[in-house]
Ligand binder design. Sequence first.
Ligand code: GKR
Ligand code: MG
Length: 435
Amino acid sequence: MKIVELRVHKVAIADPPLRSSYGLHAPYALRCILELKTDDGFTGIAEAHGGDAQGAALESVRGQVVGADPFQVINRLGPLVEADPTGNSADRSQTFLVPGENPYDTGARVFSAVETACFDIIGKAVGKPVCDLLGRARDEVPFSAYPFYKHAGGGGEGDDKREDEYGECLSPETIVRQVVQMRKQYGFASFKFKGGVLEPDIEVETMKALYRELGPDVPLRIDPNSAWTVETSIRVGIALKEELGRGGYLEDPTADIAGMAAVRRGLLKAGVDTPLASNVAVTGFGDIPESVKQDAVQIVLCDHHYWGGMRQVQHLGKLCKTFGLGMSMHSNSHLGISLMAMAHVAAATPHLSYACDTHYPWSQAKDEVVLGGRIKFVNGCVKIPNKPGLGVELDYDQLARGVERYAKCPYRKRDDTAEMRKHVDPNWKRVLPRW
Ligand code: GKR
Ligand code: MG
């Protein structure tokens, strides 16, 4: 079998004005859809981060991929996972860069997309779901709701302005309303709240309001993306001992491994052993030794998109198990192809015991490129379909609309700072730590 065609489709999807310590989401999130076609009629697909740079990076491997055997090409491209186009492998951290815009993991992101599309082809060729190729550990994958502070608006621009499903949510009461609405619609049983936006005391109050609403059996997490000092992180960790302590965690309260380790020490000293999780301080295998040595992070968030694909996530699972670390999954704005890939890799990673993050509720049916429309959640879970490969196909009409939206919109990369300056505060800067 030979790959005869590689196609990269850059799409834009409406995204509401969500806030995080990185700033504000633009009216459109950008994604790339990769298609690989083989000489015997199979098509493998994958979804990656978006924008011009990611699109060009995917195009750059055309020469290595076209003409190759999908059973072999993923191993040949292996060096991409370790490649460092900046020549500075000392710090691959995501502290100052949003995921998908980190030049240190460009190769890992490209590899991941090619690997996913090849597994889709291989699954189709042998008649098996991708998670069965990797080794299935579960049939359905629980996801966690991902409430955000948000301004009014449903995303999109001009005559493509979308309805605002959730309204403005910038207070504890409106976040509770958002969460109740999401739970009703998707059945989520775990909740991760994106903090780092308002004063920490308001965010503590928000978490307490969520706890009161959801009860003690629902795991809660908060993730301020490094917005807090070590002292603030310890103070919040103590204040939320009960709320985060029941199967939840405190995610990236402060920057870098040394900072996270200091938070851990402070919390333990105060008798709080809420685990610290990370997708910012720990973003690659190179971060694990130091993190383990300092006991900085007790739960690592994987993400096949930038950890270098599905098998790397499985390796990470083994490593986490070996060192007694827990494992969860990170997400960014995405469509159904990414959701299915996330579900397959989670289904094939037994050590991943926390419900996976997903931004999926923030995307809309109008933008979905998967044939048959949006992926369904049942009780907060995605079931692995009894179909070969990823189990989803492209809707080419929807794909064409996404490509057209990309061509029309002015966004070419994710820039949450620029959006903050345009819509909220012309002098806004990402200051770390802010509180
Ligand atoms: O979508 O604004 C966002 C999030 O802040 C995202 O960019 C983060 O990467 O979900 C993420 C996280 O867990 O840090
Ligand atoms: Mg995070």
